[in-house]
Design a protein around this ligand. Structure first.
Ligand SMILES: Nc1ncnc2c1ncn2[C@@H]1O[C@H](COP(=O)(O)OP(=O)(O)OP(=O)(O)O)[C@@H](O)[C@H]1O
Ligand SMILES: [Mg+2]
Ligand SMILES: [Mg+2]
Length: 501
């Protein structure tokens, strides 16, 4: 059992200390094949079916660099405003772990393909923080260990460890920030906003699935504290593989309060890796951290250096898409959004979804209304990302279309959306199956109106006497009679006609 460290109150932490952050993000590229061999680069599948002598590290097998992965690395570097190396090499990072059969990871060390960049990150209140990028380098993923059996199912209590090498050799780009200082109490938010902005950028580049839940985007959060009068950085801890945006924020915040409590009592911070526990939001110690010397990095002798020509780099620069931050500015203008409306849109992660809904024919205002209100609430209730709801922008646009053509009222449209979310089919099928079409047949409506007028004879007189608002009672009765499937506006028109004649 590890003793649970006492935590310092967050307000006290930021009054007494300045946090320093360093974020390492690993992104798996979506190339067809692995980094140094021709095995398919696919998530999941039967264990150990996507392997060959090279990615299993069998003696004598030789690696060959995947050109598409180098292209991806350069595009990422350019999008992060980095310089691209004229010449760089791979390096062996030596350590033992069962999920890495070669006993070294082919990575890059002092000669990364991209370096010295930055990413501008927008916080929830619109403030922009520039995060400096130290480097983006190429490497390969490791296999996966699964610890099974035993009392806890975790490594120390487990009876067996199973190994799956399907992931071994998948192309990875590691993007490392320079130490991020000066963020004060907002450090946890900056960490989350940075990973969010990076994810959006990588998605726009179409170089990765960027699925934190599947591990194609992983974040290690380095955190240290400096006393207010200190001149040097404190010792950092590195919380590994934090696997959601929210967890990045929570992990940083937890580490700040944990380290502060130790430092305040005159203790010292151990440089170590830590693990984040989703369930209670705490971190627990992993291994004591190797220093770079322990890895005995040396240039990889089996691979030739990479010297991307300037022509190639410029050609790749030409393939960069509009950056998410620029796109946001353009969209704000085109859709005439207030800063607040844009923020709401960003907070629920709906920009792309709304844009796609507009592309499918809906107006920006209506598309925004559905995603930011109804659908965001659904996503919240189901605890999934908006983009992972089982409804597509095209379907939302179709529902909006049915409302504007008068075939559905807003209320009915909500039911249709519920049906689509429940897997009942396309919007039109749901309308059919649930019998949700607006009653637009005037004779059916008139019959209901006559019935309601007969039941409330004084209302007709009031309307004739100029009290048009009195018609509301009849509209209500008709809506009730048609189970909400009448177009209220049309009903009102018909009542006035009826009473007038
Ligand atoms: N004192 C510190 N406090 C917080 N962050 C720091 C501190 N010193 C360095 N960092 C940041 O921590 C990160 C270290 O990542 P880097 O990849 O360079 O090394 P590493 O974690 O030792 O190596 P590995 O890739 O093996 O995990 C960088 O983002 C760096 O800016
Ligand atoms: Mg690193
Ligand atoms: Mg690290």
């Amino acid at each position: 059992m590890t003793a649970v460290a006492e935590l310092m109150d967050y307000a006290d932490v930021v009054e007494r200390f300045d946090p320093v952050l360093g974020l390492e993000v690993h992104v798996e590229l979506n190339t067809n094949t692995k980094m140094f061999c021709g095995c398919p680069n696919e998530f999941g599948g039967e264990p150990n079916t996507k392997v060959c002598p090279t990615c299993l590290g069998l003696p004598g097998a030789l690696p060959v660099v995947n050109g598409k992965a180098v292209e991806g690395a350069i595009r990422i570097g350019l999008a992060l405003n980095c310089e691209i190396a004229e010449w760089c090499r791979f390096a062996r990072k030596n350590y033992f772990y069962p999920d890495m059969p070669k006993n070294f990871q082919t990575s890059q060390y002092d000669e990364p393909i991209a370096f010295n960049g930055y990413l501008d990150v927008t916080l929830d209140d619109g403030e922009v923080v520039r995060v400096e990028i130290e480097r983006a380098h190429m490497e390969e993923d490791t296999g996966k260990s699964l610890h099974v059996g035993g009392a806890t199912g975790r490594i120390h209590g487990a009876e067996h460890s199973l190994l799956d090498y399907n992931r071994a050799g998948v192309p990875l780009i590691e993007i490392v920030t320079k130490p991020i200082t000066g963020t004060g109490s907002r450090a946890p938010e900056v960490a989350r906003a940075y990973v969010t902005a990076l994810r959006d950028l990588l998605r726009a580049l179409d170089v990765s699935d960027v699925r934190m839940d599947q591990g194609s985007l992983r974040c290690d959060a380095n955190v240290s504290l400096m006393a207010k009068d200190a001149t040097e950085f404190g010792t950092r801890t590195e919380t590994k593989n934090v696997n959601s945006l929210r967890s990045v924020e929570r992990a940083v915040r937890y580490e700040m309060t944990r380290q502060a409590a130790i430092l305040a009592e005159g203790g010292t911070i151990k440089q170590e890796t830590r693990h984040f526990q989703e369930a209670d939001g705490t971190t627990s110690p992993g291994r004591t951290k190797e220093t770079a010397e322990d890895y005995r990095y040396f240039p990889e002798p089996d691979l030739v250096p990479i010297a991307p020509s300037r022509e190639w780099v410029e050609q790749l620069r030409g393939t960069l898409p509009e950056m998410p931050s620029e796109r946001r500015k353009r969209i704000q203008k085109e859709w005439s959004l207030s800063d607040e409306a844009l923020r709401d849109l960003l907070n629920v992660g709906a920009v792309d979804l709304v844009a796609a809904t507009v592309e499918a024919g809906a107006s920006p205002d209506e598309a925004r209304g559905w995603w930011v209100n109804t659908l965001a609430q659904e996503a919240n209730a189901r605890e999934v990302e908006l983009a992972d709801l089982p409804i597509t922008p095209k379907q939302v646009a179709e529902v909006i279309g049915l409302v504007s053509s008068g075939e559905l009222t807003n209320k009915l449209a909500k039911e249709v959306v519920q049906g689509v979310l429940a897997g009942e089919g396309e919007p039109r099928e749901v309308v059919e199956k649930r019998g949700l079409k607006v009653v637009s047949d005037d004779s059916a409506l008139l019959a209901a109106i006559d019935e309601a007028l007969a039941a409330q004879p004084d209302v007709a007189d009031k309307i004739r006497g100029g009290k048009v608002a009195a018609a509301g009672a009849i509209v209500g009765a008709v809506m009730k009679a048609t189970k909400g499937q009448a177009d209220a506006k049309r009903v009102r028109e018909l009542i006035i006609e009826r009473v007038g004649s």
